[in-house]
Write a protein that binds this ligand. Sequence first.
Ligand SMILES: Nc1ncnc2c1ncn2[C@@H]1O[C@H](COP(=O)(O)OP(=O)(O)OP(=O)(O)O)[C@@H](O)[C@H]1O
Ligand SMILES: [Mg+2]
Length: 276
Amino acid sequence: MNGSEPQTDQRQDKPFGFMVQPRASNRLDVTHGTILYLEDVSVSFDGFKALNGLCLYIDVGELRCLIGPNGAGKTTLMDVITGKTRPDSGSVFFGQTIDLLQMDEPAIAQAGVCRKFQKPSVFDGLTVFENLELAMKTDKGAWATLFHRLGSEQLDRIAEVLQTIGLQEYASRPAGALSHGQKQWLEIGMLLMQEPKVMLVDEPVAGMTHHEIDRTAELLLSLQGKHSIIVVEHDMAFVRSIARKVTVLHEGSVLTEGTMDEVQNDPRVIQVYLGD
Ligand SMILES: Nc1ncnc2c1ncn2[C@@H]1O[C@H](COP(=O)(O)OP(=O)(O)OP(=O)(O)O)[C@@H](O)[C@H]1O
Ligand SMILES: [Mg+2]
């Protein structure tokens, strides 16, 4: 694994189903520059291998595009990283020491691996500001957050995120009055309030106008470096506009990786995905 074996593998020591919260002794260790290690990951549904010996490494701060035909396993991969689906075999590490397969979904999110689903799940009745406030990373519960007076640091953080997602003018509007694209940006803003280290974004531009797609590309590009981001998308013009390294998934494994030009000219990629 990139010459860097995880130093601890606690799975053998734990009874089945035991969930471990990341502790101070198990802090995120990215000294080798890699933030996610997936090795030999397989997932079957009724004997069908949705992921098949998949290996994927994501660097700190990189923006990775993940493409591939319908059913290639892209969403399943995100399900595995976020703890929604348990693989049959393989390993998934966050940094060199945090074994995500030992953690449940809330613990993985709390550790800084956050996901944006395709359908926006903003609270339509709350304002844009209140949605961001509610999403803020806090030790308190949601109710305590709502009735707690915000400190200047928290107000600054919300203002910063509003600016990043380009919704400053809309702060006091109900989220329900936003366009589809604006709702998607608000949801990305809600993820940002949780200060994620890894962001997984599945088909962010589906249903967006051309203008909204361009704005989304700018937004994601502005986040690289500060966060490690995996973007799944079928819209190839959009992928080209943000692409750095592109990974092509096919039948549950990595078919190839490279620049957009490299993968678009790869005969295997043309055959299984881009040919029609
Ligand atoms: N919960 C499930 N039960 C049974 N089969 C599943 C389940 N989830 C996914 N699959 C199957 O696993 C395969 C991979 O699905 P997945 O959703 O990961 O593909 P994808 O690459 O995200 O496709 P798309 O581009 O259409 O979103 C598909 O054949 C799908 O039908
Ligand atoms: Mg999918």
